[in-house]
Design a protein around this ligand. Structure first.
Ligand SMILES: Cc1cc2nc3c(=O)[nH]c(=O)nc-3n(C[C@H](O)[C@H](O)[C@H](O)COP(=O)(O)OP(=O)(O)OC[C@H]3O[C@@H](n4cnc5c(N)ncnc54)[C@H](O)[C@@H]3O)c2cc1C
Length: 379
């Protein structure tokens, strides 16, 4: 069998490695002309490392990442609301959670797959499903295979051809991301936090080499993307009375390196495959990034899809198996993520103080049950 994958993001690359390991021929087609090192980190929770073990990459990722020991939820003045005891989950599931530079993760995946399986500058245009799959690219070339895997992200053109136009939903907030490359004494490797304040949330994830990955989500209408030189002062102004070391981290971040994206999701889909086409990652379940599980779900998808294809000779049976093992879980994570965003970005002082009180009262056992479900990935 030969699989054609559209998109060399985290999902597409992981799927390609997993398929190759199972002896399935695979080609990855990517629209970009080169792999760029995106200036942001990414959190990969316990379940991601468990999934990466299936393709033998977990140790490389742990080596280049920074282990998360704890991740605290704080109020704007630094009071603790709750904490994810990541070290306890490492003990329970046998895998740590890490934060890693997106560029490092990309390099690990590209190296593991091998450049000969990746075709750059190939923009998907259309596919034909007759006696196998033929894919046409913008440059006039085409490729043939038995299975088409759409790993082309939230705006998936492959999905559009087979499932029609699915309108994206704006999450009501934009997000700024940066990497601070200077030492901040109050920031300790392994200790992450997310602070909830008026209209936004500020997250801090220390990485290796004294780099600190941070993000700031802010409630506002869509399409207000600021010019690069205005982003730093915008973030600074909106967190000016929040606890330290937030102000120091922003002050010490180089200005051109601050990214801004509006946050979108797709509505939960009821099916992920049609004949010999299957959706994976953001193409199937793009979610708001509030739980840090979007890429993790793509990685889990990739491992399960390869497992299903190796188990069943018939492609339809394999895709049905993949969907039955993945769709409900990914849709639930998408739902949880969606509900978390507005809770963290309340701007009414009475409501936010009520929320804080309720959060402190939630029993630890309840929180642990939810995280146990989330972090427990089984093949
Ligand atoms: C602000 C923010 C923070 C996040 N933080 C986290 C986090 O900490 N942890 C986590 O797990 N997730 C996080 N996520 C989510 C995560 O980034 C995504 O879920 C993940 O990148 C999805 O991977 P993917 O491979 O499915 O899609 P993508 O990463 O979008 O990759 C799709 C690829 O397809 C290519 N492509 C698109 N169209 C075509 C075409 N027509 N032809 C050929 N190629 C094409 C694109 O160029 C791209 O390379 C975050 C998201 C955001 C927005």
């Amino acid at each position: 069998m030969k699989a054609i994958i559209i998109g060399a993001g985290i999902g597409g690359l992981t799927a390609a490695i997993a398929l190759k390991n199972k002896g399935i021929e695979v080609e990855v087609y990517e629209q970009a002309s080169e792999f760029k090192r995106l200036g942001a980190g990414i959190s990969l929770w316990t379940n991601a490392l468990r999934a990466f073990k299936e393709i033998g990459l977990e140790q490389k990722i742990i080596n280049l990442g920074a282990e998360i020991n704890s991740s605290k939820l704080l109020t704007y003045n630094g009071q603790e609301l709750s904490a994810i005891p990541a070290a306890q989950f490492k003990e329970k599931f046998g895998f740590p959670s890490v934060v890693i530079h997106r560029g490092d993760l990309q390099e690990i995946l590209v190296d593991a797959l091998g450049a000969e399986s990746i075709f750059l500058n190939k923009t998907f245009q259309a596919y034909h499903d007759n006696d196998g799959i033929t894919v046409d690219f913008l440059d006039g070339t085409s490729a043939r295979g038995d299975l088409l895997i759409a790993a082309d992200g939230i705006h998936s053109k492959v999905r559009r051809q087979s499932f029609g136009d699915i309108p994206l939903k704006y999450a009501g907030a934009t997000v700024f991301r940066g990497i601070c490359q200077q030492d901040i004494p109050e920031v300790e490797l392994g200790s992450c936090f997310e602070t909830w304040g008026k209209n936004g949330r500020f997250g801090v994830f220390p990485m290796r080499n004294n780099e600190i990955y941070w993000y700031f989500t802010f409630k506002q209408p869509a399409n207000n993307i600021l010019k690069e030189e205005k982003r730093k002062s915008f973030v600074e102004t909106n967190v000016s009375n929040w606890h330290q070391p937030i102000a120091s981290i922003i002050r010490k971040t180089d200005m051109p390196d601050i990214l801004q994206n509006d946050m979108f999701e797709i509505p939960a889909l009821k099916t992920w495959y049609k004949n010999n086409l299957v959706l994976l990652g953001d193409a199937a379940h793009a979610m708001q990034p509030n739980l840090g599980q979007g890429a993790v779900m793509a990685i889990e998808d990739a491992i399960i899809l390869a497992d299903a294809l190796a188990k069943h000779d018939d492609i339809t049976t394999a895709l049905e198996d993949y969907q039955s093992r993945r769709l409900a879980r990914a849709n639930k994570v998408q739902r949880l993520s969606k509900h978390l965003g507005p809770i963290g970005q309340i701007n009414n002082p009475i409501l936010s103080s009520l929320r804080n009180t309720i959060f402190k009262l939630i029993p630890n056992s309840f929180r642990m049950r939810e995280f146990n479900w989330l972090f427990n990935f089984e093949i």
